[in-house]
Design a protein around this ligand. Structure first.
Ligand code: FAD
Length: 118
């Protein structure tokens, strides 16, 4: 059973910053980030340079798994949110996992049109 105070959908810069900001304000909060890709936070801005082999992978990656552990942020990769039920307070993922939130789910605005709301 996955129960969190805050569930953040999307592990890009907006979602990661939201999680880290919540952690600063609330040291006890249970915080999860659901990210459909397999990576920790990386810089989209540096991608073209990386594809041209002008910079290393280390330069592109903005966080390590250790950074999430240190901040006690539960990062779920390969976890695509499919629907949110605000009555049941649950997020259903493509994997079949169900994540319960109370009080908040935070949806990164650029992805909200891909999720079903109930
Ligand atoms: C090649 C490239 C170059 C860029 N260069 C610049 C630049 O020079 N300057 C600049 O200001 N901006 C630049 N940008 C734009 C910048 O990267 C974006 O503004 C920024 O990444 C937006 O961050 P975000 O966290 O809002 O969204 P995103 O980075 O899009 O993060 C959203 C995350 O949510 C995840 N997600 C989506 N749907 C779901 C779901 N249903 N369940 C779980 N996870 C989900 C995605 O996998 C993604 O990781 C560039 C972008 C690209 C692609």
């Amino acid at each position: 059973m996955h129960r969190y105070d805050y569930i953040i959908i999307g592990g890009g810069i907006a979602g990661t910053t939201a999680a880290e900001t919540i952690r600063k304000a609330d040291s006890n909060a249970r915080i999860a980030i659901l990210e459909e890709e397999k990576h920790v936070l990386y810089s989209r801005v540096f991608l073209p340079k990386y594809c041209r082999n002008e910079i290393t992978r280390e330069k592109v990656m903005l966080r390590s798994l250790g950074d999430y552990e240190k901040e006690r942020l539960d990062l779920y990769t390969y976890e695509k949110a499919e629907s949110i039920d605000f009555v049941k307070r649950e997020v259903k993922a493509l994997s079949g996992n169900i994540f319960y939130f109370n009080p908040f789910v935070i949806i990164i605005s650029t992805i909200s049109n891909a999720i079903t709301f109930g």
